[in-house]
Design a binder for this molecule. Structure first.
Ligand SMILES: Cc1ncc(C[n+]2csc(CCOP(=O)(O)OP(=O)(O)O)c2C)c(N)n1
Ligand SMILES: [Mg+2]
Length: 384
């Protein structure tokens, strides 16, 4: 019987070659989301890869989370009073909302979605300016350039590309600015997510892609969204180091984001973080979440409340006591009352301003439409 050379090679015992380094080493997320606090607020053993942030920073995180949650409840109430057109709540996602902005400097850039109103108020932007878009008054209530904060993005994932471009431009000009992109689980299925991450990786743009996996894209559960082992694994295919974190553990969220931001700032390119969290409220006030998820699921997540978890921890470390908790609660109440009052005044908006800032050079169609609106307004004034 004759054997072919190929068959002979297959039959011979393999010689061991020195193993080549695994090109994905250092890119893959850990198998379990990083966690530093137990759900009951007790501290897990310290770990070298993610040092605990300073207690003062965590106390400030707690304060902004309490104020943020109160803001969120108030905004939801304003939709019921007809003062806001729509509001996507981020209740339950406070650790991510606040952690994302606390990890940044004021001159770093934030690229938020519609769900990040809480993050933007935590960044110090006037809450009425934050809600301007959702109130339907104007394009964006704050000055993006002055606040280093892009307008809240409703088209899913387009901000991933904008952030890559901005961050690349900043580093090209020799600045060490970092851009942090907030994005949802569902939006990681969009082409723009992949294009943005790929561009950032190839050009080493300092972007942190921060995925808040709140388990749903409106009514679509994660299991119908992706077959990936985790959303963090999506970074590896583009050569982007990635990590997953317990998004309801404020200490871990801040620790992981601090490392991701430091990585980007050091010129090592983008970093992808997936935070496992849960949206406690419906998608927006216009959604009925009971049609696609049951009450037991929501209740189970209530036990993992990020605020309670941080409060217990900080009390245990003697950096928070009854008096401080009461004082912070009062601050939150005062700012909610001010927001309520200010949102109850009718804004005056010039309808023609709708056409401003759409393009640097308006298109002929836009010029025509503007003229049409102007003529209609003039005619209605004559009638009055
Ligand atoms: C390009 C695009 N497609 C569809 C929509 C409609 N839409 C709005 S929110 C949403 C779900 C997004 O889910 P996810 O990314 O998980 O973010 P979450 O709302 O849960 O924060 C969809 C499909 C949109 N805004 N943009
Ligand atoms: Mg989602």
């Amino acid at each position: 019987m004759t054997t072919t050379p190929q068959a002979a090679r297959r039959a011979s015992p393999r010689r061991r070659r020195p193993s080549a380094p695994d090109p994905s080493a250092g890119l893959l997320p850990q198998a379990e989301p990083v966690r530093l606090l137990n759900p009951d607020g007790t501290l897990l053993p310290a770990r070298a890869d993610y040092p605990e942030p300073p207690l003062e920073a965590l106390r400030e995180m707690y304060r902004r989370m309490v104020v943020g949650r109160r803001f969120d409840t108030q905004a939801t109430a304003l939709t019921k009073q007809g003062r806001l057109a729509v509001y996507p709540s981020s209740r339950g996602q406070e650790a991510c909302q606040v952690g994302g902005v606390l990890a940044l400097r004021d001159d770093d850039w934030v690229f938020p979605t519609y769900r990040e109103s809480m993050a933007l108020t935590a960044r110090g932007i006037d809450p009425v300016e934050v809600l301007t878009l959702l109130r339907g008054d104007w394009h964006c209530g704050y000055d993006p350039a002055r606040r280093c904060t892009a307008p809240q993005c409703t088209p899913l994932a387009t901000q991933c590309v904008h952030a890559a471009g901005l961050a690349y431009g900043e580093s090209y000009q020799g600045r060490d600015t970092v851009a942090l992109v907030y994005i949802g689980d569902g939006a990681t299925s969009e082409g723009d997510f992949h294009e943005g991450v790929n561009f950032a990786a190839v050009f080493k743009a300092p972007v942190v892609y921060f995925v808040q996996n709140n388990r749903y894209a409106i009514s679509v559960p994660l299991s119908r969204q992706t077959a990936a082992p985790s959303l963090a694994h999506k970074g590896v295919g583009y050569g982007v180091p990635s990590e997953q974190v317990d998004g309801n553990d404020p200490v871990a969220v801040l620790a992981v984001l601090n490392r991701a931001v430091a990585h980007a700032r050091a010129g090592k390119g983008p970093f992808l973080v997936e935070a496992h969290t849960y949206r406690m409220e419906p998608h927006t006030n216009a959604d009925d979440a009971s049609r696609y998820r049951d009450a037991e699921e929501v209740e189970a997540w209530r036990d993992r409340d990020p605020l309670t978890r941080l409060e217990i921890y900080l009390r245990g470390r003697n950096i928070l006591d009854d008096a401080a908790v009461a004082e912070i609660a009062e601050q939150a109440e005062t700012s909610a009352a001010q927001l309520r009052e200010r949102m109850n005044t009718e804004p005056t908006v010039d309808p023609l301003s709708l056409f401003d800032h759409v393009y640097a050079q308006p298109t002929p169609q836009l010029v025509e439409q503007r003229e049409q609106v102007r003529a209609e307004l003039a005619a209605s004034e004559e009638d009055a």
